[in-house]
Unconditional design. Structure first.
Length: 629
């Protein structure tokens, strides 16, 4: 910090570094004092030589920073590794669940295929003997044979030449790889020609594949447009066609009373109007569903995959919606979770709309048929009554009453049907509400599960932070205890050293006193011995001849040595010679293992324990050291 001018003595500037609390930092007190001018001047003049400034070891600081960075990088790598392992375990768990579901679906489809194939074979076997069917099956076999021949010709014309070319190219590359690496002109030119030929073959194969794809599309469109297209997933939800209005059969019925016939025939129009109102109301309720088309705004194949996957996961499966969404995201690329949830909602409402519309259409057809039968019976009864009226005029009033009664029956039947229709509408509405309730419960369970998971994560983080704080506090307490123990130990060690020094000094003085006493004793002992030597000392005469002559023992030894063999070894040999030692196979094997550097391994010990000695050892010389190896 640069200060351009000294302020008054009462001015103090506190600078607190960013990110630190004021209570944890000591402020810089820049208070003017007259005696500090000389100190600052001397410090500026001395510079680095000042005793207040210590040199900084930048190399040590760089190494320390590099170690910290490396440690942090290792920690980050470990965290990333744990995250990767966690994601991988989660991915493996999901794939395992998908695999179990797909295995069940595969077993079901395989059983269905076998059953259908068995039915076809039984049908062919039962009907192949008849005239028309035998001719038709014969045409099928001829067509199948023709397809196989065409496929064989196609394979021979397209696939086999490509494989032959591939084998030839592999052989040529193996033969000319060295020339290509060295850059031989002929090999490089030939390699360029081969690349041109391979590109030409690729273009031809691409044209063939495009033509086959076009033929496949045409065949699929032809199947969809023909009678087989009626069995497709889209046409399964088409409404059955119902002829509206009064049927011609009802007009052809004979009825003597025109008013009765007109009233009864009006019931057909009334029924059509009621059911059309119900269908229009249903379409208005599902306007959003119908506005998305037959596939909910998705591609046909994407919708087909969605339906197949949705049917594979049953409602009793745990975590069903999560598995369905994960599977669709994997199999239908480009679809996000909101898109899948929206399409799922559309599919549920679309299925409900089709089920309800088919139920309404079936009820409509049934009611028209029942009304037709009821009209036929009523008209028949009216004819019988008219015939009776022609016979008996007196029963005119009774005939009118009977007519009213029959019409009342029709009205009563209509009221019953209307009541039944209302009950069915109520039941379907309750079912729809139940479906919505289950969806809401499922969404609520999903949200509750996510809240529980977030709560568990938060608890885990809080517990971990609390545990870290406790460990830090424990470390601080342990450090304080160690410091107190070290201080007490230092005081005790100083007292102990002082006591030991006093003991050593006392022992040195005692040892010096003992040595002095021992020297006095030695001097007295030597004096007494010298007095004894003086008393027992012998004074002999000088005899040089005896001193220089041989002794009797020496003469006896010379006589013995004259009779000894000079070639006899000096000492008796009780060991083994080098030849005898090297003749043992164990010694040679140990030398080879030592040269190979394997003499200290367990393998060498096991091999050496299995090699027999040249001679079997005596029982008392048998070793039991390697008994348990």
């Amino acid at each position: 910090m640069h200060i351009s001018k000294w302020r008054t003595p009462s001015v103090a500037v506190n600078i607190i570094p960013q990110g630190k609390m004021a209570s944890q930092q000591r402020p810089f007190v820049l208070t003017y004092k007259s005696d500090e001018i000389d100190k600052l001047a001397h410090r500026a003049i001395d510079g680095v030589r000042s005793n207040k400034i210590k040199p900084v070891d930048y190399e040590k600081l760089r190494n320390l920073a590099a170690e910290k960075k490396f440690s942090a990088h290792k920690t980050l790598l470990k965290v990333k590794k744990f995250e990767h392992l966690s994601k991988q375990n989660k991915e493996n768990h999901l794939l395992k669940q998908h695999k179990l579901v797909w295995q069940k679906e595969f077993i079901r489809l395989n059983c269905m295929r076998k059953r259908i194939q068995s039915d076809i074979e039984n049908h062919i076997r039962d009907n192949s003997e008849t005239g028309i069917c035998s001719q038709m099956y014969q045409e099928f076999e001829d067509y199948q044979t023709g397809l196989e021949n065409d496929f064989a010709q196609f394979k021979k014309a397209t696939t086999e030449p490509v494989w032959n070319l591939r084998e030839d190219l592999q052989f040529w590359m193996q033969e000319n790889m060295a020339d290509l690496r060295l850059g031989a002109p002929d090999a490089v030119q030939k390699h360029a020609e081969i690349r041109c030929m391979v590109d030409s073959v690729k273009s031809q194969q691409g044209q063939v594949l495009e033509r086959l794809k076009h033929e496949q599309t045409c065949l699929e469109q032809e199947l969809k447009m023909g009678e087989m297209g009626e069995f497709g997933s889209v046409n399964m939800y088409k409404r059955p066609h119902i002829d509206q209005g009064i049927p011609e059969e009802a007009f052809d019925l004979e009825c003597p009373d025109e008013d009765l016939k007109a009233n009864v025939l009006k019931e057909f129009i009334y029924i059509d109007e009621k059911y059309l109102e119900r269908l229009n109301a249903l379409e208005e309720d599902h306007e959003w569903t119908l506005s998305h088309g037959q596939y909910g705004g998705w591609d046909e194949m994407d919708h087909f995959h969605f339906v197949c996957i949705y049917d594979q996961y049953t409602h009793d499966l745990a975590n069903r919606r999560t598995l369905i969404i994960d599977r669709i995201k994997r199999q239908v690329p480009g679809k996000t979770r909101p898109d899948i949830v929206e399409h799922e909602h559309w599919w549920d409402t679309y299925k409900f709309f089709n089920q309800r519309s088919r139920a309404i259409m079936s009820d409509w057809a049934r009611d028209r048929h029942e009304l037709m039968e009821k009209s036929r019976s009523v008209f028949m009864e009216a004819c019988v009554a008219h015939e009776l009226e022609e016979v008996k005029l007196e029963y005119t009033k009774r005939q009118e009453a009977l007519r009213d009664a029959l019409y009342d029956q029709v009205l009563k039947w209509r009221e019953q049907k209307m009541e039944a229709m209302d009950l069915q509408a109520t039941i379907m509405e309750n079912q729809r509400a139940e479906i919505q309730r289950r969806q809401a419960e499922e969404l609520e369970r999903e949200s509750h599960r996510r809240k529980e998971e977030r709560k568990k994560v938060k608890e885990f983080q809080d517990e971990r932070s609390q545990k870290q704080k406790e460990e830090e506090e424990a470390h601080k307490q342990r450090l304080a205890a160690i410091q107190r123990a070290l201080a007490e130990q230092a005081v005790y060690d100083r007292e102990r050293i002082k006591y030991r020094e006093e003991q050593i000094q006392r022992k040195i003085e005692e040892r010096k006193h003992l040595e002095e006493e021992k020297d006095l004793e030695e001097q007295e002992k030597e004096y007494r011995l010298e007095m004894l030597r003086e008393k027992v000392r012998v004074v002999a005469e000088s005899n040089p001849e005896r001193m220089m002559s041989d002794t009797v023992a020496w003469q006896a030894r010379q006589k013995e040595e004259e009779a000894v063999n000079i070639q006899k070894p000096l000492f008796n040999i009780t060991g083994f010679t080098a030849t005898q030692v090297t003749s043992d196979n164990r010694v040679r094997l140990e030398q080879k293992l030592r040269e190979a550097g394997l003499h200290t391994s367990s393998y060498a010990r096991q091999i050496l324990s299995q090699v027999p000695p040249p001679q079997p050892p005596r029982r008392d010389m048998e070793s039991k050291v390697f008994k348990f190896d």
